[in-house]
Write a protein that binds this ligand. Structure first.
Ligand code: FAD
Length: 499
């Protein structure tokens, strides 16, 4: 049995582990970085957000990214169902599309060049004191599998990605499945794919097939495009027995733009699959340990947050660790790290939920008064607390949930119609619904200075009347004061507290 001792041991040398190690070295701590796979190795996750670009710049990697010919990413183009709609969100900060095999190697080199000790080996178990405090790990070196090396450390960082090492050891909490869990992604690299035209040729393209059915196209070099098809597990099985069959189906059937752009494409890699990848682990910090990146949480990859969240957390975790070692108060500091991270992930999670629940309206938000906020969020700036767009989306998600309380039938249909359209109505602060034996009363609450209905609302009212008939439906517009006095039973939406 060999022994070693470091300030910090980091399990896993993906973006979370390598960047944590690099920042810890900047603070003068001794770091052992353990990785079980020999790099370069294939990894999914090739499109970076603006915050990842900022962190790469802060690590001094701009020239390296250029020298390695990583593809600058201008933004994200989303094509709606059947290519009948589309929207584009710019990144507005330098960032890249990356070939992960090379990219992860670059980050590992940064950690090594700053003095992290790197060992190829598989971490097998945690060392802990009788009181439960984690005090190190034991690993098997790749070049001598008969050995077990015990490493003492003041802090153990779990950066083991989807392996969630500390969760499997019973130190962090159980892996809990999340809303987007039952999904399968199949992906590969292709040449001869038609890209976005002109300046946006290297943008990420998202192709929306149906709820939770989508594909990505990420240009990762001047010749190669990464393509992934994502489906719920239930639909996956209907479209093939192997990842290759499902990918072939996806290229042919998921979205007309995908089919058109890949008609002359050549597949360059075997099709790989990744399933059930949305989960969270709680708690993910405790005495002598914390988790960074995918080792504690990962949600639907639609907005490419994974690497940027891993790197953002790495920086904040390194600060917390250095201060905790200096002041001897890791439990409190790591709890603050945990709360900060959870709130950022919740913002991202609600953004994703909102996209799937209201795709048309999401597109509208990228252009409307919340455009600036939405661009920020899509750049990965999700860790600054609840900003106005997040508040608005959360309101709608809550209202959507409350619509389910309306009895199924015409009343629910009317409420859903209003809810889908609500931000198109200028000057409307809330829509309230009463249902009784006589029918449905729909009240639009107008803003104080704008007691009149806008033309768009009048048109909508006329369309509702035509579809549901005046005998069972009454529509009125009321002032704020009148609404406060009314006995409404259902809120379809309510923005009165957003002002
Ligand atoms: P990883 O990159 O997985 O690194 C973990 C490392 O730990 C691995 O190298 C592993 O070998 C090592 N390890 C594990 N266990 C041990 C052990 N016991 N001992 C030693 N080493 C160990 N993200 C984006 O940013 N953009 C995208 O476009 C994107 N698309 C995605 C598409 C799909 C379908 C999926 C599933 C994910 C996608 N992601 C994307 C997410 C991204 O892949 C991850 O969030 C990111 O890789 C997380 O980095 P990490 O360092 O936490 O984990």
């Amino acid at each position: 049995m060999q022994r070693a001792s470091f300030d910090v041991v980091v399990v896993g040398a993906g973006p979370a582990g390598a960047v944590t190690a690099a920042f810890l070295r900047d603070k003068g701590l001794s770091v052992l970085l353990l990785e079980r796979e020999r790099f370069p190795r294939f990894h999914v996750g090739e499109s970076l957000t603006g915050t990842a670009g900022d962190l790469l710049t802060s690590l001094g990697l701009d020239d390296t990214m250029e020298a390695l010919d990583f593809v600058p990413k201008p933004g994200v183009k989303v094509y709606g169902r059947g290519a009948k709609s589309e929207f584009y969100v710019p990144v507005l900060r330098p960032t890249w599309q990356v070939r992960r095999a090379e990219f992860d190697d670059v980050l590992l080199d940064v950690a090594k060049s700053r003095g992290a000790v790197y060992r190829l080996g598989s971490v097998k178990r945690v060392l802990s004191d009788d009181d439960g405090r984690v005090r190190g790990v034991a690993y098997v070196p790749r070049d001598d599998e008969s050995q077990l090396v015990e490493v003492d450390a003041k802090v153990v960082v779990d950066a083991s990605g989807q392996h969630a090492f500390l969760s499997t050891q019973g130190i962090a909490g159980h892996r809990q499945v999340e809303a987007f869990n039952r999904q399968i992604a199949v992906f590969s690299h292709y040449e001869g794919v038609e890209r976005e035209p002109s300046d946006n040729g290297s943008a990420t393209v998202i192709l929306y097939g149906d709820t939770l059915h989508w594909a990505w196209m990420i240009p990762i070099s001047s010749t190669t495009v990464s393509i992934g098809v994502v489906l719920p597990t239930t639909t996956y099985k209907r479209h093939g027995a192997t990842p290759q069959e499902v990918m072939d189906w996806g290229l042919a059937q998921l979205h007309p733009e995908l089919t058109r752009r890949t008609k002359d494409a050549t597949q360059m890699e075997p099709v790989r699959a990744n399933r059930n990848y949305s989960y969270k682990v709680e708690p993910f910090a405790g005495p002598g340990w914390l988790c960074v990146g995918d080792s504690h949480r990962f949600s639907d990859p639609i907005f490419s947050f994974g690497v940027s969240f891993a790197m953002t957390e790495a920086k904040v975790a390194a600060d917390a660790i250095a201060e905790a070692i200096e002041h001897g108060d890791d439990v409190e500091r790591f709890a603050r790290y945990e709360a900060w991270s959870t709130s950022g992930h919740e913002v991202a999670f609600d953004l994703i939920r909102y996209f799937w629940k209201f795709p048309g309206f999401f597109a509208f938000m990228t252009r409307g008064k919340h455009a600036h906020d939405v661009i920020r969020l899509l750049a990965g700036d999700c860790f600054d607390g609840e900003i106005e767009a997040t508040r608005a989306m959360r309101e709608s998600l809550r209202d959507a949930a409350s619509l389910e309380a309306i009895p199924d039938g015409p009343a629910r249909k009317i409420a859903e119609r209003v809810h889908e359209r609500y931000d198109f109505f200028q000057g409307v602060e809330a829509a309230l619904l009463d249902v009784d034996d006589d029918g449905v009363r729909l009240s639009f609450v107008m803003s104080d200075d704008d007691g009149d209905m806008s033309d768009s609302l009048r048109d909508f009212e006329a369309a509702l009347m035509e579809d549901f008939g005046p005998n069972r439906l009454a529509i009125e517009s009321v002032t704020r004061d009148a609404a406060a006095a009314s006995s409404e039973r259902h809120r379809i939406f309510d923005r009165r507290n957003l002002r």
